[in-house]
Design a protein around this ligand. Structure first.
Ligand code: NZQ
Ligand code: ZN
Length: 390
């Protein structure tokens, strides 16, 4: 039965080739001071930086740059961003990059005017935002996180070995996001496929929960089928616009809050993956790839009917002559061969995980109760051990 919910998504999207041409009309809605946030320089190599700066200048903006946002943005960087935003009284934070840049922009947006330590207030104690929020706009260059249309903001505190994702309310969602699929053509293959798996994981985290008949599950099966189809094309032909644009759109819908409405959700793959990230700083999508199969094989008996449905409806496993368990296993086997075909990392060692970290990673994994089985720390260690054997 669908639970009660409120649905509101205030992010305005401009989708398609050359959609940057819509930036001026958005810039016109904000004051003069714009903080331009970006990562390690990919946008300078592919020309996006130049085009954005041209439009900012043409719009009469005073630009304050905050470059060098690293993949898995850190708390130290957040403090730096808060200083830049506050000292320059910025009216808009324009994030040009992937999930890290966009998440970081949201973190600065709520933290710049926070009177106490934002890590403690917003990431440890998960308090509601009660200070001024600086509006954020996003020009997306990497597909996967869904950060362009959600309130998610993940910050890593290396000193505390903690990577924590906070989901803010719709007052913190980007006000607008510009999604040009051609911007993703320059992504290195490793990042591209990590993003594809991040999308798949977002869908699975919301699909593998609940036993009732929920419309979202049908939507998610469709999104998964489209993702599998288009990602297979994209790894062969990275500049296939049809495939890359479909994937960009699937990523947004996978985590813009729609499919979660009225449903319980799991998110344990992300909790364990994030804790791996805190220890290794590995690429987010790859941490999820390493955890997923051991995790799903572990919980399959507790949600067998859904794993059977997944096998048949998503992977086209033929059920004839098989037990429910065999069907479900065949679904996960098909997922494994797809993951190998894409070149995803299945072995935790390739991400820098070793035996000495397993207890710490398990301790750092938040245990949630929305999935088919509430894990204990020992089970997380067992799952992590499996990733070292993959
Ligand atoms: O820094 P630059 O030089 O720009 O290079 C980036 C970075 O090295 C590069 N890149 C991005 N666009 C490119 C490009 N290289 C060439 N051409 C382009 N067009 O790609 C690398 C990875 O970028 P990053 O932003 O780190 O990747 P992603 O989008 O996967 O973001 C990962 C972060 O998002 C968080 C993750 O935990 C991680 O911290 N997540 C955010 C979520 C949310 N907001 O809801 C949910 C996710 O589950 C995830 O946890
Ligand atoms: Zn993710």
């Amino acid at each position: 039965m669908l639970g009660k919910f409120v649905y509101s998504n205030p992010t305005k999207l401009y989708f398609g080739e050359n959609s940057l041409e819509n930036l001026p009309q958005e810039l016109a809605c904000y004051g003069k001071n714009v903080m331009l946030v970006y990562g390690g320089g990919s946008i300078k190599k592919n020309g996006i930086y130049e085009n954005v700066v041209k439009l900012l200048r043409a719009g009469g903006k005073t630009v304050f740059e905050d470059a060098g946002v690293m993949p898995n943005p850190t708390l130290e960087k957040l403090y730096e961003g808060c200083r830049i935003a506050k000292e320059n009284k910025v009216d808009l934070i324009l994030a040009v990059g992937g999930g890290s840049v966009c998440d970081y922009a949201k973190a600065v947006s709520v933290s710049a005017y926070c009177e106490t330590d934002p890590w403690e207030k917003y990431y440890l104690r998960m308090e509601a935002v009660d200070n001024k929020i600086i509006p954020v706009g996003c020009v997306l260059t990497m597909v996967g996180t869904g950060s362009e249309m959600n309130g998610g903001s993940v910050i890593t505190n290396h000193a505390a070995k903690a990577k924590i994702g906070r989901v803010f309310g719709d007052n913190v969602f980007p006000r607008f996001s510009i999604l040009d699929p051609t911007y993703t053509f320059t992504l290195p293959r490793y990042q591209m496929v990590a993003g594809f798996f991040d999308i798949m994981s977002h869908i699975l985290e919301q699909y593998f929960s609940g036993t009732d008949d929920n419309t979202s599950d049908y939507l998610m099966e469709g999104l998964l089928r489209s993702l599998i189809h288009s990602s297979r094309i994209a790894v062969q032909s990275p500049e296939d616009y049809e495939a890359r644009s479909n994937i960009m759109w699937i990523a947004t819908w996978a985590l813009n809050t729609l499919v979660a409405k009225g449903k319980s959700t799991d998110w344990m793959v992300h909790m364990i993956g994030q804790s791996i990230g805190a220890y290794t700083n590995a690429t987010h999508g790859m941490t999820l790839a390493a955890v997923s199969l051991p995790y799903y094989r572990h919980i399959m008996p507790y949600g067998l009917a859904k794993f059977k449905r997944f096998a048949i409806n998503v992977w086209e496993v033929r059920p004839e002559g098989k037990t429910d368990e065999q069907i479900a296993q065949a679904g996960l086997a098909a997922m494994e061969s797809y993951m190998r075909e894409l070149g995803l990392v299945l072995n935790g060692r390739e991400l820098g995980v070793d035996e000495t970290m397993l207890d710490g990673i398990a301790q750092g994994s938040f245990i949630l109760d929305g999935g088919y089985k509430v894990l204990n720390k020992d089970e997380i260690v067992e799952i992590l051990k499996e990733t070292l054997k993959a």
